[in-house]
Design a protein. Structure first.
Length: 278
C-alpha cells in the first residue's frame, strides 16, 4: 500500500543534540539541506556573520529568529520545538492527541474524505505509518490477512511488506518494496525518529522472493506512475498511490498525518471496483 510523503537517497539526520545548544543543531540542519550561511542569511533577512555567531554559540538567537531559520531550512514541526528548547524557549507547537475533542472536526473531516473516495482505497497514517483511519476499499484488500497483523495498532508498512501480509499478493513486489524502502529512508533523513528507524529495519529484513511473478495486463496500458499490482480474488488490480498532507500545520500531530489515496491505474481495476458498489 503506502507511499509517501515524504528524491534522492537519504543522508544522515543531524547528529547534534539539544544538549549542545541550538547552534550545532541549526548548523546540522543547514548542512543537511546543503545551504550556505550566506544563502540562509539572505533567505532569513539576516547576515552571514550573524548566522555564524549563532552556530558557534557567540550569539543567542531570539525565538522569532529560531522559528524563521527553521522555516527556511524546512525543519519538521516536531524538530522546530526541539530547536526552541535548545535555545532556551518553550515549544511553539502543541502536540494534541488525535483522540482529543479539540481534533474532533479534523477526524470527522478525514473520515468523510476517505469515505467519499470509495470504492477506491484510502487511508490516513501518522509519521510511523500507524493507520488512524481506513475506508472499505482498504479493508477489501486486507481480506484474508492473519489476525495477528490486524491487531491494533495497524501499521501500513508492516501490512504491505510482511510475508503474511499483502506482500505475497503484490505481483511487482521487488519494485514496489524498493520504492517503499527508499521512501522510508528519505523520511528517516528528515525526521530523527527511532521508531521509524526500527520499523525500517524490521520491514527491510523481511524475506523477498527471487523474482516477481508479474504478468503484464492485456491490451495497451500506459502507466503514468509506478503502480502497485496486487492479486485479489483471482484478478490483478493496479493502483497508483497519492499522498496529501496539511499545509502550514500548527500542531505536531497534524503535521505528521498523511492521507493516502489509491487511484485505479487501468480500466479493468476501475470496472471491478465499481462493480462492488451496492
Amino acid at each position: 500500500m503506502t507511499t509517501a510523503a515524504p528524491g534522492t537517497a537519504a543522508s544522515a539526520a543531524p547528529a547534534a543534540t539539544a544538549g549542545q545548544g541550538v547552534g550545532p543543531l541549526l548548523r546540522a540542519w543547514r548542512e543537511q539541506r546543503r545551504v550556505s550561511q550566506l544563502e540562509l542569511a539572505l533567505r532569513a533577512d539576516s547576515s552571514a556573520r550573524h548566522i555564524s555567531f549563532i552556530e558557534t554559540g557567540r550569539s543567542r538567537p531570539s525565538e522569532e529568529m529560531v522559528l524563521r531559520l527553521a522555516e527556511h531550512l524546512d525543519v519538521p514541526v516536531r524538530e522546530r520545538n526541539a530547536l526552541l528548547l535548545a535555545a532556551g524557549y518553550a515549544p511553539h507547537y502543541p502536540e494534541t492527541p488525535l483522540e482529543d475533542p479539540a481534533l474532533d472536526t479534523l477526524r470527522e473531516g478525514m473520515e468523510r474524505l476517505i469515505q467519499g473516495y470509495e470504492p477506491y482505497p484510502a487511508l490516513v497514517v501518522d509519521a510511523t505509518y500507524r493507520v488512524v483511519a481506513a475506508n472499505r476499499g482498504v479493508m477489501m484488500l486486507l481480506d484474508g490477512i492473519p489476525e495477528h497483523l490486524l491487531e491494533p495498532p495497524l501499521n501500513a508498512m508492516r501490512l504491505t511488506l510482511h510475508p503474511q501480509g499483502l506482500a505475497p499478493r503484490i505481483r511487482n513486489l521487488r519494485e514496489w518494496r524498493g520504492h517503499l524502502l527508499a521512501q522510508m529512508e528519505r523520511q528517516i533523513a528528515l525526521h530523527r525518529s527511532k521508531a521509524l528507524r526500527e520499523l525500517y529495519e524490521e520491514v527491510a529484513a523481511y524475506p523477498l522472493p527471487e523474482a516477481d511473478d508479474d504478468t503484464p495486463p492485456e491490451g495497451p496500458v500506459a502507466y503514468f506512475a509506478l503502480p502497485m499490482r496486487i492479486e485479489h480474488e483471482g484478478r490483478t488490480l493496479s493502483f497508483i498511490s497519492s499522498i496529501s498532507t496539511f499545509n502550514t500545520p500548527m500542531d505536531v500531530t497534524v503535521a505528521e498525518l498523511a492521507v493516502e489515496t489509491l487511484l485505479p491505474a487501468d480500466p479493468a481495476t476501475v470496472k471491478y471496483l465499481h462493480s462492488l458498489m451496492p
